[in-house]
Design a protein around this ligand. Sequence first.
Ligand SMILES: NC(=O)c1ccc[n+]([C@@H]2O[C@H](COP(=O)([O-])OP(=O)(O)OC[C@H]3O[C@@H](n4cnc5c(N)ncnc54)[C@H](OP(=O)(O)O)[C@@H]3O)[C@@H](O)[C@H]2O)c1
Length: 177
Amino acid sequence: MSESTSDKKVEIILVAAIGENGVIGSNGQLPWRLKSDLQHFKRVTSGRPVVMGRKTFESIGKPLPNRTNIIMTRDLNFAAAGATLATSLDAALAIARDDARRRGILEIMIIGGGDVFDATMAIADRLEITHVHASPKGDVLFPAIDPAVWRETARQHYDAGPADDASFDTVTYERRA
Ligand SMILES: NC(=O)c1ccc[n+]([C@@H]2O[C@H](COP(=O)([O-])OP(=O)(O)OC[C@H]3O[C@@H](n4cnc5c(N)ncnc54)[C@H](OP(=O)(O)O)[C@@H]3O)[C@@H](O)[C@H]2O)c1
């Protein structure tokens, strides 16, 4: 790691797929089947530290490959082979920053779920959002994306493929200066 890398800020990036009604989760699972978005998620997060809540980890069921998995839980008895546990947001971010700097990529990916997005929206530098063109029923919402705070800088439309429940747009939002 060069000195310039260790001096640079590590950006916090939230990665989420959101329905038109703000829903991101239902009964502990994703409320849709979107294989094309899972491929997008893999491209965006691979090679980076990923921070997630314990419930999201349990819904995925195993650590995501080729990423340092950092799981937030207050349960000191929780165990997850192949993942690193953090009992607070500060601890999770400290582990993720060290990992990102070691990789020289200067990005921490926050991947959910609702509790963790709520806790990190105010400190995020960038949002990588999949706007899903559907409004499924659900019990977990993404916080509002305030246009006074966030500026859209990139958008790509995807038609629904054979293994997708809906079409979607991937959108990058940068925090306004
Ligand atoms: N559409 C998407 O992009 C997307 C992405 C991710 C997840 N999801 C969905 O969202 C749902 C899960 O979200 P959720 O809000 O229910 O749960 P979550 O955010 O995944 O996990 C919540 C858990 O994380 C731990 N936690 C949260 N804040 C903490 C803190 N400050 N310090 C230590 N531990 C902390 C606690 O674990 P303990 O209870 O163990 O202490 C808490 O119960 C699922 O339906 C999932 O499929 C959707």
